[in-house]
Design a protein around this ligand. Sequence first.
Ligand SMILES: Nc1ncnc2c1ncn2[C@@H]1O[C@H](COP(=O)(O)OP(=O)(O)O)[C@@H](O)[C@H]1O
Ligand SMILES: [Mg+2]
Length: 365
Amino acid sequence: MTDELPLVLEGVSYIYGKGALKKQILFDISATVRAGEVVILTGPSGSGKTTLLTLMGALRSAQQGSVKVLGHELNRARERTLVKVRRQIGYIFQSHNLLESLTIGQNVQMGLKLDPAGRRNARQRIVAVLERVGLGEHINKHPAELSGGQKQRAGIARALVNRPRVILADEPTASLDKQSGRDVVELIQELAREDGAAVVLVTHDNRILDIADRILHLEDGHMKPLGEAVSEGASRMLNLLGKHEPGTASYLAAFSFALARVAYADNVVDDNERDEMRRVLHDVAQLEPSEVEFIMELSMMQSRTMNAGDSSEEQLGLIAARKAHFLESLYAIAGADGEVSAEEIEEIRTIAAEFGIKHSRPMDT
Ligand SMILES: Nc1ncnc2c1ncn2[C@@H]1O[C@H](COP(=O)(O)OP(=O)(O)O)[C@@H](O)[C@H]1O
Ligand SMILES: [Mg+2]
């Protein structure tokens, strides 16, 4: 039932400015998000991600189309409705926006609805949410005493203390290092699952795409299905591969894709595995750094969205030396996180079988 979806957008357009300064930013956007679902919104800088998020968050109103949040139509809604909806949304921003003069506990309290029931067990809820984000012991500290990742988690606690059914996060990892960024999105994902909240998370950090149930892609204000983005990417990849000798092109495509599959075999791709993929693509395939990043992005997207399927040995031009390299590289990726897991070995076996390569573990060099 569409009525029960927490977020429904239909034919939404948005224009900034008036008269000669008018500029249309969003064009005919439709999207839905289910309860308990994590949707990642990607797209280049300036493509309209933040604008779209603020429309979902009742922070501005679209000139055209319908935005329904938790059953409320926001288009031409009265201010009273907008305020009511805003109170039911958890916002997580790029920077934590904590007030430096307050303690962590007091900052979280700012996020509490001040209804009488809420006031009665406020303390209990603040403690509970801070424990959930791993900050139970820091309740009486000030923001200045916490690390960047801890502050971002405090911001999440403040956004979640009301148990919102919709969570909107705008580049929540932008100011964090790799590991804290990863921790923060995994925390958002876990909380979304537990509370059945609908989550929209804006990011252009490719390293966290794998936490999404679904990816929406914006380009110049137009929503593109991921499949389309991938196939456009694929044609860019073919152009790029065209620069290499023809026999190498299909090999490279299958190769990078296979690397991504191994990295994904245990369902997490950590930074070491990514770095190893980069190294292999650069050293073995002799791609330029920008080409490496592009192929990485594409392979990761593809390995999320489909299975490799039927690429035969002949099609790939797999000569003996390449076969050996192929297996060696797969093991290098698998071992990049410090151990080769059973899932990863299984995935390597499957890939080797698909490619008609006799599987034997390559010698350590
Ligand atoms: N308040 C504003 N007034 C006019 N133009 C704006 C305003 N905010 C953003 N824009 C423009 O809208 C476009 C999309 O911005 P934004 O939604 O912030 O994109 P993203 O979050 O994807 O980087 C950009 O071209 C930006 O310059
Ligand atoms: Mg933005």
